[in-house]
Each structure stands twice: as C-alpha cells, then as structure tokens.
Design a protein around this ligand. Structure first.
Ligand SMILES: Cc1ncc(COP(=O)(O)O)c(C=O)c1O
Length: 417
C-alpha cells in the first residue's frame, strides 16, 4: 500500500514535482485562461494568464454556436430583468422558477416522457440519476467507456458494478443472461451513452433496449453530446429508433449544445418525484439560475425549428470536412461523424509534444490522455462548432499536421540524447 501521508502537503508533493516538470518542459496544456467568448477564434493565455494571443478554436463545446446567438443573448438579458441573477435555493425548496417548470415540460414533451427534473450540471444529472435510484443490492451494468459521472454515481450506491467492453453487445448479453439466471429478482440497471465523448461512437440502441427487456433491466441513457446537435429531428441517437425503443431514463447536459450549464433526467412522473427527494446532487445543490434556465428554453425553440435543422446540416458538413482533411493527411480519426472528432496520436510523449507545438501555432484542440483514456491511446479531441468556416477547418488541418511533424522531429532528437 503506498503511504498517503498525514498532511495535505505530503499527499500532493510528488504530484507537484511531476507537474512542475511538465510545466518546465512546456508540455502542460491545461487550465488555460480564455478572455473572450467561446467563438471559433478566441483569445487564450496559459494557466497563469501569460502570453495571450488569438487561437483558432476547436476546443470549446458550443456545437451550434448558440452561446453568441442574438436571440439567446436577448433571452438571457430578459431573465436578468425578470428574475435577477441567482436562484438562491435548491429546486426542492425555493430555487424552482416558472421558467424551470416550462423547461421541464418542454423536455418531457420532446423526449416523450411524463416528467423531467433539472440539475445544476450535466455531471450532477448523470451522478444523481444513478445515485438516486440504485441501491446496494442492485447490479449496475455499464459500458467500459461510460463518463465519469455515471461511474461515480454507480460507485456511490455500493451496488455491484459490471463493466462490459465498449459497445460489445455479445458481452453485454452474456452478463445480463448470467446475472438474471443467478438472481431472478435482482434490480439491474443498464447504463449507456448515446455518443461516447472520447471515441465519438454510439451503441446499437435498439439491440440494447431489446436485451434490457429480455433480461428485465432498467435503462439509463446519457445524451450529453448528441441531443440537439445530431439526428434528423435533433434528438440524437433516439432518431435512429422508433419511440418504443427509447430508454426508461433519458439524461442530458446543456453544456454542449444548449449554451448553458445544467442537465436533466426525463422519465416517468413517479421516478422524477422520487429523484427530487433521493438524488443527492439535486436535492442538496442549488438550482440552475433563472438566466441559464431561460437560455436553455430559448435554445430549444431555435434547435427544434427550421433554423435548427439548417444549423445541424451545416454543422455536419463542417464535421465531414475536418474528418476528411485529417484522413487525407494520414491521421487516424476515430468513431463516426459527430461534433467530437478524435484524432489519434498514440503515445503520450508524442501527444504532449504535439500539444506544445499546437500552442505555438495558435490552434486550440484539447489533448486527451491517460487517465481520461487508456495509456497509449492519447488523442486530440477537436470539437466542431457551427460558426467554423471552411477556411478555419482547413487551417486547423494544416496546423495540426505541422505540429505533429515538428513533434516527431523533436521526439526523435530527444530520444537520441
Ligand atoms: C457523456 C457526458 N456526460 C455528462 C457530462 C457532464 O456534463 P456537464 O459538463 O454539463 O456537467 C459530460 C461532460 O463532459 C459528458 O461528456
């Protein structure tokens, strides 16, 4: 067992040394400071707010560029005038506004559920739906690449966790069949994402729901990344199946497409009423502010209109342009087309050096490395926004290619030393 140390300093000392090492080598590209809105070009400085310059930005999550849409800004301003700037309480107490009620109703309608509960963040929604419903005696069957909020929510319950290989439906079937045979009355939850955020791929939803029904499992789907931004009606993966195959509990985040913090769970009225009292990240946390709530409500109006449909089409053509450009330069691009475009660089050393050169070349794309992804599977996660122009996309491909070549040369020279 490693010694943890009896003081906070002792616990963090080794990490601090490692971090300093990376900072000294200019290969720590996190916690940067932005001093403009999340636009397709943005002003960025390092974590100490030094060296601010303009970057071509493929690192922000604002898929339909709604954070700067005039109608959304106007809605935010009107919410400030009507409600002030703070909800000032948990939504189980005095923090729930009539705007929040409208948002709950709107999302329930969109997702064909009888009720909906709004959380302060998407993370809180993912954590809270599982922590609220599952108990120690249950089994949680969860995709190996599920987001941290779903895994932490599961761990919180102390229920047994069974991870199946990413999108591996044969293994999923095997687990469900074995467990159901051994434990005929056990509560089983099947937890999935509609678009996996590091790999940009999706499960076969119809088959997953059929399996869950066959073996009596409750289903939870996290739709953080595709709801609003993908699918012919803007309902992401749900658009790929008929209504009969929609999961029991649909969870989402507002932070990728809906220009705000916050998240939700849409489900039956009883489940939602229960979560209001038993979901710790809802019950014991301050409600989403009326400004943010109003922003999401207005975003929904835009997203589920003809304008929203046109936005999704343009976003999709941007996505294909970047993916094709990267592949033409010989890069491996992961998953299927979505606003998340993972470009693989393999080992961590190369990846960190590429990140350093990207900074110098003023291209913002987030490096994702272990422990967010397995060792040796480092990648850059490009995130597409509606307002990216063809020119910006082509520039991103060029700059990435240059950064990668420079990193290779530097790596080889370091290896020779
Ligand atoms: C799949 C998934 N679920 C949940 C979340 C958490 O959402 P939020 O950032 O809105 O708290 C994220 C965010 O990265 C995510 O990727």
């Amino acid at each position: 067992m490693p010694q943890l140390g009896t003081t906070a300093e002792a616990r963090t000392e080794q990490w601090a040394r490692w971090l300093q090492h990376r900072r000294n080598a200019n290969v720590w590209s996190y916690s940067r400071v932005m001093s403009s809105s999340p636009k397709s070009t943005t002003i960025v400085a390092n974590e100490r707010n030094q060296g601010a310059k303009h970057y071509t930005n493929f690192g922000s999550q604002d898929y339909l560029s709604l954070s700067g849409h005039p109608r959304i800004k106007e809605a935010a301003n009107s919410a400030v005038d009507a409600y002030g700037v703070h909800s000032a309480g948990s939504a189980i107490l005095a923090g729930r506004t009539n705007v929040m009620l409208s948002l709950e109703q709107k999302l329930s309608e969109l997702l064909n559920k009888s009720a909906c509960i709004i959380y302060p963040t998407g993370w809180a929604a993912g954590f809270g739906v599982i922590a609220g419903l599952a108990r120690e005696q249950d089994l949680i069957v969860i995709d190996h690449l599920a987001h941290n909020c779903l895994v932490e929510g599961s761990r919180h319950t102390r229920a047994r966790l069974s991870f199946f290989g990413h999108n591996d439906l044969d293994e999923l079937r095997q687990i469900l069949a074995t467990e159901r045979e051994r434990h005929p009355t056990k509560g089983i939850f099947l937890v999935l994402e509609s678009l996996y955020s590091m790999d940009s791929d999706s499960p076969d939803l119809k088959e997953c729901i059929e399996l869950a029904r066959e073996y009596g499992a409750m289903t939870i789907l996290d739709m953080a990344h595709d709801l609003g931004a993908m699918g012919h009606s803007g309902r992401g993966l749900l658009d790929s199946v008929s209504n009969d195959y929609w999961p029991d509990m649909i969870m989402g985040s507002f932070s990728k497409t809906f220009a705000s913090n916050g998240g939700f769970v849409a489900a039956s009225s009883n489940v939602v009423d229960y979560l209001r009292c038993y979901s710790p990240s809802f019950t014991f946390s301050n409600a989403l502010s009326p400004i943010q709530t109003k922003i999401v409500l207005e975003c929904i109006e835009v997203i589920y209109s003809a304008e929203g449909q046109a936005m999704r089409e343009k976003l999709f053509s941007n996505i294909l342009r970047l993916r094709d450009g990267m592949m033409e330069r010989g890069f491996t691009v992961g998953g299927t087309p979505s606003p998340i475009i993972p470009v693989f660089v393999g080992n961590e050393s190369n990846a960190r050096l590429t990140a350093k050169h990207l900074e110098e070349l003023a291209l913002l794309a987030n490096l994702v490395e272990f422990p967010a992804v397995p060792i040796g599977k480092a990648r850059f996660r490009f995130q597409m926004m509606l307002n990216h122009t063809d020119r910006m996309i082509d520039t991103a491909v060029d700059l990435f290619s240059q950064a990668h070549s420079r990193a290779k040369v530097e790596f080889e020279s370091l290896a020779r030393q």
